[in-house]
Design a protein around this ligand. Structure first.
Ligand SMILES: Cc1ncc(COP(=O)(O)O)c(C=O)c1O
Length: 391
């Protein structure tokens, strides 16, 4: 990479422990720089990144278009709030609406996936005048009061609030009959994560998704697709909703949308948006100039460099070759894949890290998760496959 690092004895984990809350299980390396799909660590190691900082680094690191956009926009107009209209924000919203499934014409920019979901749930309750939202077992929707309420297992593990802000229930995964029975005229919305990321890249059965969609239509409930992890090309489609042939009432996205800059978006149909007026929603930072400029750049680069077909091609290559070494099954879509490992995910992750390849784990103790940058290439895939074969 041509970077000369200061390989001193500084230990970031120890330094963090002095003041930062200790709420994260952390890897044992410290990134000090990154370029393309490689991370340089303080000890001089170079890691091939199949994790992408939780699916965020959509264009990898130090991407020239991202750097140019950041520099130009920061110099021109660093920040203005939603109290004023901005060309850069209007452009980002137009491009995102063009990129999204048909019908999602309205955009509300926020700062994170949880914030996007929080707003989606609130709008569903307001639009329908109902008080219950359903999610699917094993889904993850975020850490805030409403998003956490709809996250499977949260209340037993970390939720912390004494009650949920609305009625909540969970549909058993891939059980179409249960979906038909549970969605009723009290249901404001059903939220679905089409490929459940945290659960280990579990792709929901299309028949199950269709049954939820039809039950929502039958009972006037809204369909919300959480594409915080699956969106922005990750599945080889602009959104997983395209892959599943869905036209949701709302869609949320974040992570890859800003290529590493904190940003989220809620997208709505005109029909849903009609229930909102001046003062109904708000956020200080959402849709700021830097975030907006980066959204446009990410979408432009995905189109210009044909990254959707790159994702599809690499996904095929991975699925054809990764059944080797400890891997006995592959789930997921595009570049959100779960490698099911005999002997467990953690030991495979550690063995790969010893070979300078970074992968993620998941809520499933047997599944390692691949969420690499969309700019990955064939050689990177082959490097992972070769490493797996020796484990
Ligand atoms: C599917 C899904 N929804 C929501 C979230 C929450 O996003 P954030 O961490 O940006 O609040 C995540 C984060 O991992 C996610 O994977």
């Amino acid at each position: 990479m041509g970077l000369s690092m200061n390989l001193d004895s500084y230990n970031a984990r120890e330094a963090e422990q002095q003041h930062l809350l200790q709420v994260y299980g952390q890897y044992d390396f410290e990134p000090v720089a990154a370029e393309g799909v490689h991370i340089t660590c303080r000890d001089g190691r170079q890691l091939l990144d199949f994790y992408g900082g939780h699916a965020v680094a959509s264009l990898g690191y130090a991407h020239p278009d991202v750097l140019e956009t950041l520099n130009k926009q920061a110099a021109q107009l660093f920040f203005q709030s939603n109290a004023v209209a901005l060309e850069v924000r209007a452009t980002a919203a137009r491009k995102l609406a063009e990129f999204a499934p048909a019908g999602l014409e309205r955009v509300f920019f926020v700062n994170s996936g949880a914030e996007a979901n929080e707003n989606a749930f609130r709008i569903a309750l307001k639009k329908t005048g109902r008080s219950k939202i359903l999610a699917v077992e094993h889904s993850f929707h975020g850490r805030t009061a409403a998003a956490g309420a709809l996250t499977w297992g949260a209340r037993e593990k970390w939720y912390g609030f004494p009650r949920t802000p609305f009625d909540v229930d969970f549909i058993p995964r891939d059980e179409s009959d249960a979906a038909q029975a549970m969605v009723d005229s009290d249901t404001a919305a059903v939220v679905i994560e089409l490929v459940q990321g945290m659960a280990g890249a579990y792709d929901l059965a299309p028949e199950f998704v269709k049954s939820i969609d039809s039950a929502c239509k039958k009972h006037g409930a809204l369909l919300i697709i959480d594409e915080v992890q699956t969106g922005i090309g990750r599945t080889g489609f602009a959104f997983a909703a395209d892959l599943y042939g869905l036209q949701p009432d709302m869609l949320t996205t974040a992570k890859a949308l800003g290529a590493g800059f904190p940003v989220g978006a809620l997208m709505l149909t005109e029909n849903v948006a009609n229930c909102l007026g001046n003062g109904d929603l708000g956020t200080t930072f959402g849709g700021g100039p830097l975030a907006s400029a980066l959204i446009s750049t990410v979408l432009d680069v995905i189109e210009r460099d044909q990254l959707l077909s790159n994702v599809q091609k690499l996904s095929r290559r991975l699925q054809a070759a990764c059944l080797t070494g400890p891997v006995n099954k592959i789930s997921g879509k595009g570049l959100l894949l779960g490698l099911h490992c005999s002997g467990g995910a953690k030991s495979t992750r550690d063995a790969l890290l010893d070979k300078n390849i970074l992968v993620g784990t998941s809520g499933n103790p047997d599944v390692i998760r691949l969420l690499p940058p969309l700019v990955l290439n064939d050689e990177h895939v082959d490097e992972l496959v070769a490493a797996l074969a020796t484990i």
